[in-house]
Design a binder for this molecule. Structure first.
Ligand code: ADP
Ligand code: MG
Length: 302
């Protein structure tokens, strides 16, 4: 039954009907529901999640992909690099100004071991919280030695063998914090909101990536594009998705994240959507997207 439905859904998928796509994704997740463990990468994958536009789903994706990976036998650290601390909030982690945060690590030579705390409710998930102090970091970093590489040095000094993934959630700018994130990572994941201006500004981001590759981190690669906040009711969303796919090809995950109220409600409970409403379309989509990432990474690093 499920496999027939899957086949039917796959066929509609080829005709790129968004609703059929969502149904196919749900069915695929259902079919794999028994699957408790995904492959763990041979060594820790450090993935920066960046897009200088605000509100495209960086934080939401960082938190929910991290939760999905953690629920499938991977150990995950989310580094919150946004002074707003939204990822910390969503993971149920305190981040008032007295808490030692990423600021301490990047600006004051502190260690990640001083600041990493378990996230609420999921045993394999950890967070390096951001506090508002980080708002000063863009300025405070300017006169510092090796100002672009401070995050990378701190990550190197920390025992990443304990983790399978580090996901770095960036602020909505291309300032020194984002440059630190790009310098400290092997991979870049770009969330793209499926709306009219989706591709605008991306060339600026990709230019920054090129500069970082040339001067600071030759290992950096754009490995993953994730389409977010997909509204299946509009033709525009399908058009934008097609455009992004024709531009970026296989980098784009097959799974798209639908617009879903549950996704936006979860953070106010200090939870990922996966724990807040596991059966919701948003939870299923983030699980499927994370699964794709886990299997792609396993293939790449054989
Ligand atoms: P960014 O970190 O890029 O600024 P966020 O992840 O904070 O973006 O998302 C911006 C807003 O959109 C937040 O209020 C978030 O809850 C909401 N949002 C993100 N993804 C979805 C989604 N799939 N469905 C509905 N709302 C979403
Ligand atoms: Mg954010």
């Amino acid at each position: 039954m499920v496999s027939e439905a899957l086949k039917a859904a796959e066929v509609s998928r080829e005709t790129s009907q968004p609703i059929a796509q969502a149904a196919a994704a749900a069915l695929r997740v259902q079919a794999k529901r028994g699957e408790k463990e995904w492959p763990r990468p041979p060594r820790c994958r450090v993935i920066t999640i960046a897009n200088q536009k605000g509100g495209v789903g960086k934080t939401t994706s960082a938190v929910n992909l991290a939760a999905a990976l953690a629920m499938h036998n991977n150990r995950v650290l989310v580094v919150d690099l946004d002074p707003q601390g939204n990822a910390s909030t969503a993971l149920g982690v305190e981040h008032h100004s007295d808490i030692p945060s990423v600021y301490h690590v990047i600006l004051e030579g502190g260690s990640f071991s001083d600041i990493v705390v378990p996230a609420e409710g999921l045993s394999n998930l950890f967070c390096a919280p951001a506090t508002l102090h980080l708002a000063g970091a863009e300025v405070d970093l300017v006169p510092m030695v090796a100002r672009e590489s401070r995050l990378r040095r701190a990550l190197e000094a920390y025992d990443l063998d304990n983790f399978d993934y580090v996901l770095i959630d960036c602020p909505p700018s291309l300032g020194l914090l984002t440059v630190n994130a790009l310098t400290g990572a092997d991979e870049l994941l770009i969330p793209i909101q499926t709306e009219y201006y989706a591709l605008e500004g991306l060339s600026q981001l990709l230019h920054t990536v090129d500069l970082v590759k040339q001067h600071l981190n030759p290992n950096l690669a754009v490995t993953t594009i994730l389409l977010t906040m997909y509204d299946a009711r509009t033709r525009l969303a399908a058009q934008v998705a097609d455009e992004v796919r024709s531009h970026f090809g296989e980098l784009v995950l097959g799974t798209v994240i639908p617009r879903s109220v549950r996704v936006s409600e979860a953070p106010s409970y200090g939870e990922s959507v996966l724990t807040y409403d596991p059966g919701s379309s948003g939870a299923l989509a983030y699980t499927e997207a994370a699964r794709e990432m886990a299997y792609r990474g396993a293939e790449e690093r054989k």
